[in-house]
Ligand binder design. Sequence first.
Ligand SMILES: Cc1cc2nc3c(=O)[nH]c(=O)nc-3n(C[C@H](O)[C@H](O)[C@H](O)COP(=O)(O)OP(=O)(O)OC[C@H]3O[C@@H](n4cnc5c(N)ncnc54)[C@H](O)[C@@H]3O)c2cc1C
Length: 304
Amino acid sequence: MALTPEQQAEIDAQRAETQMTARAVSPGMEKRLYTAHEVLDHGVVRVIDYMGDDNAIVQAARVSYGRGTKTVNSDAGLIRYLMRHWHSTPFEMCEVKFHVKLPVFVARQWIRHRTANVNEYSARYSILDREFYIPEASQLAAQSSQNHQGRGQVLEGAEAARVLDILRDDAMRAYDHYEDMLTPDEDAGKQGLARELARMNLPTNIYTQWYWKVDLHNLFHFLRLRADSHAQYEIRVYAETMCDIVRDWVPAAYSAFEDYRLGGVNLSGKAVELLKRRLAGEEITQETSGMSKGEWREFTEVWG
Ligand SMILES: Cc1cc2nc3c(=O)[nH]c(=O)nc-3n(C[C@H](O)[C@H](O)[C@H](O)COP(=O)(O)OP(=O)(O)OC[C@H]3O[C@@H](n4cnc5c(N)ncnc54)[C@H](O)[C@@H]3O)c2cc1C
């Protein structure tokens, strides 16, 4: 379970409060605000605040005094133009603040995205909850033989069951020891270890939480890398949830992002030449392509 009943009640109370505002609001994002979207076994993504909408992007691009919007079609066309030509600063005018609950090993990948503002739950100040990510059996896979950074075939029955037992046992034993080290006991002459030290035996599948604020341009960069099929499943599911949220928040910008970035392909100069040769009817193999095996594989994955 991702949320306690008390946490859900706090969210419901916040959603019940509304205020009049002269600011631009996004109807799609208003529906999402504060709501907890569950990810993995205990993870959560929710929007705490946001600034701007599709109109804010065109308003900034046109440096307008008022809303600066024209027809829906010409605004969407301008957004597509900006995305196509990497004119990125108008997208930076929109911001969003997420509350994310995620396993520590996912947080380590996530924190590499430096263009966000982060405030993490302090395990020096507070005691971490007994919450560990235990994958579903379908996510337990062997090392990929092709991709050094990826997974291959799913583990079968007895092996998968043993892995799950190990993960659960290790997590529970480590947490028992964490609690033991923290707890003072006068009779036993125990002072209890400081929280900042006791946490060091906890495995990286324990959950942490943070507030993460980012502008739309850098969020798109994050989503392009982490919603991609090459990203690890455990971070990808967060990115996919965030894609759904962003689609509701800024539909025109998301549609341009989906088309040019998620659905688009970058071509090297060599790849452009190869495509031209192919279109001219030449049969090309990896040997005649001038590409490495890996590059050729990636090229043919897209172009057949
Ligand atoms: C599939 C995958 C595998 C990965 N594997 C590894 C790995 O094995 N080991 C590893 O260490 N990392 C790995 N990474 C992390 C990766 O190298 C990046 O650190 C991460 O994706 C963040 O990207 P970024 O720096 O572009 O993002 P951000 O930090 O959000 O930066 C966004 C952009 O801002 C600019 N920028 C930000 N800071 C600076 C700066 N200090 N100097 C210059 N420009 C800056 C750059 O243009 C950058 O692209 C992996 C990432 C992915 C998606």
